[in-house]
Design a protein around this ligand. Structure first.
Ligand code: WT7
Length: 632
């Protein structure tokens, strides 16, 4: 890539000719125009690359918008396209999943062996009474069995609800209860940073508050001595080796619009909401985006270093690599354990060609210096990717130079749990600007609008909205369709509200600035201020709490909390430290505030709403803005 700025404005990295030509989209503008002119035609052509039990009557049904429907009338199951359809052909023997544990143990699954494992586990679930439409909560580490569990649910038409293994008791219990799962799946523990995360213990505690759960399947990973609840707990390995369990299991025929999974994410209120995704449209959206954006070729070895527990993992670890017949790599552990070059050593060892991670990980690894990556042969890499939060140009350039050797373009993919798939993203043929996700994906259009909904001039900051429906779009908020309409379509009628602020430059490139609602992205993890505040208030010493995000060198944003104590408690550094631990124990480590400051008063509006914006400005020594609604 050369670094000139002839045609486009600002600092631009043009793709090398061989990258642009090798890409599946050599002419970006032409495909973008075709998709814009015929949205349904574009997506129908992509959908035809996959197999359907019965064809659709309509590609896009807008008659009940914003409850959009895709591929209506079609019969399908995503697992048929991930696994079943390969069993008769050559892909059967191709490696589907390469896995390495933190201890260095290695496992490999072909498309045939993964299929067999999924069939067997689907039969285990069936034996426990799991059927189409049932919700199953999955709370596991990064082991192959989490992929097997998700696919087995989908095969039966059951709806999986994966809770990230970094969450703790409160978050887990709330999500299990809301989903009304009767079956849950966990591990005895997870191996991370040389330690064991006691998943089973956290699950046991959560289940004391979730009486609906009848069966808990436990994968043995760590071998730790965990208590077994008679009549409720089932060991995965025992159930899987039962003589009655068959290698065959019919895949449930689903309507394209039937739910595939729910995934809880943080929003403006304290109650996490579950986003609903479907078998048909979601499948087509994630298949197409990965194929084009990462230019998938048959010999690629793809590594998305996220966790299956987030949407990134659902779409681009579990489902889309299989839909594309790709060889997928998954690593169990943390990036810098036992040494800061663990990740680089994996790229070298497995000759990985595409590597997709988050800015926080890049910044964290940057800190250890260039010698660590330099020790490894990274020449197998062809493309890089980033996701989760804005990437600062400095980190982008380090990633490009030190990891990509100025040879690999970086795909900065902007999307959300709700969008299911990449929405603003380059393909390898597009010139790149460090820090920008470039332009909307084929068939999409975005706008930056002010608070009245008026489009702002290029270069001005405003609300990022999306204008066209897309197949992997969320269908609703689980059990709360009103919230779906209000939250995403209520503010600017006809336009999808992303909750992000952004700018568009004169070249039509988008620059994400950050969330405009009460959501904080900590190391790319999405957390609600209200959830953190309610964890703080659950401590006996705390009367009121407010949480804000402030810039953090590695995490992007760090959490800072302000609390008012109840009578009888006095401020001390010890109490602040205890409150930090308290949030960690209830929600998970990722939600732990950097600081908890004890105050006498919080800035509030006359109607009693905490003005986080004022706290934020004060903490940063910035002007406090309009204070006319402040109480006193
Ligand atoms: C929010 C969605 C979708 C995968 C992981 C996050 C931020 C995501 C980028 C990016 C700048 C980004 C946005 C968005 N975000 N990708 N490439 N550049 N910001 O999913 O947890 O639902 O969070 O993550 O703020 O709204 P999520």
């Amino acid at each position: 890539m050369t670094n000139t700025n002839s045609a486009l404005h600002g600092e631009v990295f043009y793709p090398a000719a061989e990258v642009a030509q090798g890409a599946r989209v050599p002419d970006w503008e032409a495909l973008a125009q075709r998709a814009a002119a015929d949205l349904e035609g574009f997506w129908a052509a992509e959908a035809r690359e996959l197999e359907w039990y019965a064809p659709w009557e309509q590609v896009l049904d807008e008659s009940q918008k914003p409850f959009f429907k895709w591929f209506t009338g079609a019969k399908v199951n995503i697992v048929h396209n991930c696994l079943d359809r390969y069993q008769a052909g050559a892909t059967r023997n191709k490696t589907a999943l390469l896995w390495e544990g933190e201890k260095g143990d290695v496992r490999e699954f072909s498309y045939a062996t993964l299929h067999r494992e999924v069939c067997r586990f689907a039969n285990v679930l069936k034996g426990l009474g799991v059927a189409k439409g049932d919700r199953v909560t999955i709370y596991m580490g990064r082991v192959p069995e989490i992929i097997v569990a998700m696919l087995a649910c989908a095969k039966l038409g059951a709806i999986h609800s994966v809770v990230y293994g970094g969450f703790s008791v409160d978050s887990l219990a709330g999500r299990i209860a809301d989903s009304e799962s009767r079956v849950a799946i966990t591990c005895d523990g997870a191996c991370l940073n040389g330690k064991i995360v006691e998943l089973k213990k956290i699950m046991d505690e959560a289940l004391t508050r979730c009486p609906l759960v009848e069966k808990l399947i436990v994968v043995k990973r760590t071998g730790a001595d965990v208590p077994v609840v008679a009549g409720r707990d089932v060991w995965y390995h025992e159930a899987m080796s039962a003589p009655a369990i068959s290698d065959e299991c019919a895949t449930e025929v689903m309507d394209a619009e039937d739910p595939l999974f729910i995934l809880y994410t943080s929003g403006t209120t304290g109650k996490p909401k579950a986003i609903v995704h479907t078998h048909g449209g979601y499948m087509v959206g994630i298949y197409t985006t990965l194929k084009y954006v990462f230019d998938l070729q048959p010999e690629d070895r793809f590594w998305c270093a996220a966790d299956p527990g987030w949407i990134t993992g659902h779409s681009y670890i579990v489902y889309s690599p299989l839909l594309n017949g790709t060889t997928n790599f998954m690593y169990e552990g943390a990036p810098a354990y036992p040494q800061p070059d663990r990740w680089w050593s994996l790229i070298e060892k497995y000759r990985l060609s595409i590597y997709y991670t988050a800015p926080t990980a890049i910044r964290g690894l940057m800190r250890f210096g260039e010698d660590w990556p330099a020790k490894h042969d990274l020449s197998s890499l062809r493309l890089l990717g980033t996701v989760g939060e804005p990437i600062n140009p400095e980190a982008w350039k380090w990633y490009h130079r030190v990891i990509g050797h100025e040879r690999c373009p970086i795909m900065d993919t902007w999307w959300q749990t709700e969008t299911g798939m990449f929405m603003i993203t380059p393909t390898p043929a597009l010139p790149l600007k460090p820090g920008s996700g470039t332009r909307p994906f084929f068939g999409q259009q975005a706008e930056i609008v002010d608070d009245e909904g008026k489009v702002v001039p290029d270069g001005d900051e405003g609300n990022l909205v999306l204008l066209r429906p897309w197949p992997a779009m969320l269908r609703t908020v689980y059990k709360d369709p009103e919230r779906y309409v209000r939250q995403y379509w209520g503010r600017f009628p006809g336009k999808y509200l992303t909750g992000d602020s952004a700018k568009r430059d004169v070249d039509g490139y988008y620059w994400i600035i950050g969330r405009v609602d009460d959501v904080i992205k900590v190391s790319g993890y999405r957390l609600g201020t209200a959830e953190i505040e309610s964890a703080l208030v659950s401590h006996p010493a705390v009367a009121e709490a407010a949480a804000i995000g402030l810039p953090h060198e590695i995490k992007g944003i760090g959490i800072h909390a302000f609390v008012i104590l109840r009578q009888g408690f006095t401020a001390s550094p010890g109490l602040s430290a205890e409150l930090i631990e308290h949030v960690g124990a209830h929600m998970g480590k990722i939600a732990r505030p950097e600081t908890v400051t004890i105050v006498d008063k919080l800035p509030k509006t006359r109607s009693g709403k905490i003005m986080r914006r004022v706290l934020k400005a004060r903490a940063q020594g910035l002007p406090e803005g309009d204070l006319s609604t402040l109480e006193d």
